[in-house]
Write a protein that binds this ligand. Sequence first.
Ligand SMILES: NC(=O)c1ccc[n+]([C@@H]2O[C@H](COP(=O)([O-])OP(=O)(O)OC[C@H]3O[C@@H](n4cnc5c(N)ncnc54)[C@H](OP(=O)(O)O)[C@@H]3O)[C@@H](O)[C@H]2O)c1
Length: 322
Amino acid sequence: MRAVRVTRFGAPEVLALADVDDPAPGAGQTLVEVDLAGVAYGDVIVRSGRYPLPLPWIPGLEVAGRVLAVGPGADETLIGKTVVGTTAGQAGGYAERAVTMGAYTFPIPDGLSPEVALTVFQAGALARGLLSAMGLRSSDTVLITAAAGRIGSLLVQQAKAVGATVIGAANTDKCCAVGAFGADHVLDYTATGWSQQVRELTDGRGADLALDAVGGEIAEQTLATIADGGRIGFYGYASGAWPTVDMNAVARRGLTVSGPLGIVIRKSDAQQRDDSMQALAAAARGELTPRIHARFPLEQAAQAHRELEQRRSVGAVILTRR
Ligand SMILES: NC(=O)c1ccc[n+]([C@@H]2O[C@H](COP(=O)([O-])OP(=O)(O)OC[C@H]3O[C@@H](n4cnc5c(N)ncnc54)[C@H](OP(=O)(O)O)[C@@H]3O)[C@@H](O)[C@H]2O)c1
């Protein structure tokens, strides 16, 4: 089969097509003929060498397609069904066939397109888990960075669904999109003094809660916008660096600083499955509406990564088999 096989980390060009053996499903696993593969920012981080995994590496942590076979102990009724699933070892999705974890493989609900299902079953579940780990309340004003992103856009929608006031922050070109996702206020965090505007929007108090995926200086400025006694969750570092946290300020101001991603990942399989099924159901009801930024055929995986790395993407980027 054809797959994008990385033999060294580096620029997007290392995402080269190769002929490789078909994978075989092990115990509890499912073999999927891949129609669509999601491109996550985490794939970009690994590919660039910032978080190296063993080589050779086939990227791709989520796929949609038809189940061809299942391994011992996996659900045989899935054979022939169109599903979305998390790949075994969170790798192997940029390929014509991939093995998914049976526990994280879901038939696509009636009426939902494979593209939408692919875009919400992991990212929507993660957004749901992050908001719950941070104890989001309807009375909260929540600041969300990278708010036009694959996960960020779903965070905005789900925080609004809970009734919170949402301030979405993104780079200049994406501010309109953040408003369209439902944010009450939109800030351009490439503009000087943007974090001061959070104070102005909250009568000088600051945000009750912030969720940051950018890291570095943006995360440090985000921390400064939190109200005394407020909470902040760091779950990614798209800028390439985690923030330096001033623990004197955290202690003095009574802030709660959290890594909510770890809380989500440590949930039981049953709880994580439930988050995915709730995200799929919300999408089927039209309450969660992801945006697909672009689709690229497998052989243009490098271009897909450039869209993310050069900060052009709004919503999700998808690879297609053809
Ligand atoms: N399972 C998962 O997918 C998973 C798990 C754990 C953690 N995460 C983390 O969650 C975050 C969001 O993931 P995602 O897949 O939804 O990606 P994404 O938000 O669609 O893309 C990353 C966004 O980060 C922003 N960004 C800020 N500074 C950047 C820079 N210097 N270079 C590139 N981008 C920059 C960009 O938005 P602007 O242009 O608006 O700034 C970009 O759109 C990532 O940090 C990722 O590592 C994801």
